[in-house]
Design a protein around this ligand. Sequence first.
Ligand SMILES: Nc1ncnc2c1ncn2[C@@H]1O[C@H](COP(=O)(O)OP(=O)(O)OP(=O)(O)O)[C@@H](O)[C@H]1O
Ligand SMILES: [Mg+2]
Length: 241
Amino acid sequence: MTALLSLQNVSKRFRGLVAVDQVSFDVPEGMIYAVIGPNGAGKTTLFNLIAGAMVPDAGSITFAGARIDCLSADAVCRRGLARTFQLVRPFPALTVEDNVVVGALLHRRDVASARERAHDLLRRLDLSDKRGQIAATLTLPDRKRLEVARALATEPKILLLDEVMAGLRPTETDRMVAILRELNRKSGLTILLIEHVMRAVMALASHVVVLDHGTMIAQGAPDVVVRDPAVVQSYLGAEAG
Ligand SMILES: Nc1ncnc2c1ncn2[C@@H]1O[C@H](COP(=O)(O)OP(=O)(O)OP(=O)(O)O)[C@@H](O)[C@H]1O
Ligand SMILES: [Mg+2]
């Protein structure tokens, strides 16, 4: 399997704090991978580095065969890497549909074609009946699905999801899991997700990367990783306690 996304010894320091410390892993095309770890482990920082929002202090990031670690967030997005934000950021005054149209205009020249793409995505994300609603008035589960639709509108090869299940009830989590699985199966979309909700990780990911204090302490199949004593100690144990 070829790696669509590859990280080699990626590090990021904030003054004295090493937020990401020599992290290396590959995400093969067509797979769903998860990044887990306790609060402050460096997960969002890792996404910021991959998505071009921050520049690594060391290491390299390769996407679809080319180095991307010196590119701007906009350039990385144009190459086919889209991300959602932990704190969702729709344009609050725009309708649900127009929020998605804005993303679709990245690759589509005319508004009609962008709107067509938006309609298709709103259907897939179960938001068609809310498409005329102002984004600011959406409930949390709807806002989370809008965030995914907005990211998908840019026609990515890989989708980075930062805690899209956080704060959802179990039925809403299951709905999101089903939608993401469908996107992966039907469109071959590669997904890298940061997630604290372990039932979602177990249901979706074929491979899990575990960060703790910026360091990758384990990686592997989800059922193996959750039994790893170092992982239980740093994360799962802490969550259970
Ligand atoms: N822009 C920044 N400037 C300084 N320190 C930062 C910055 N961003 C993150 N940090 C610090 O880096 C560490 C990693 O933060 P990060 O947000 O990546 O963690 P996380 O794993 O996403 O945590 P959470 O599960 O709470 O979202 C934390 O100690 C955080 O305070
Ligand atoms: Mg985070």
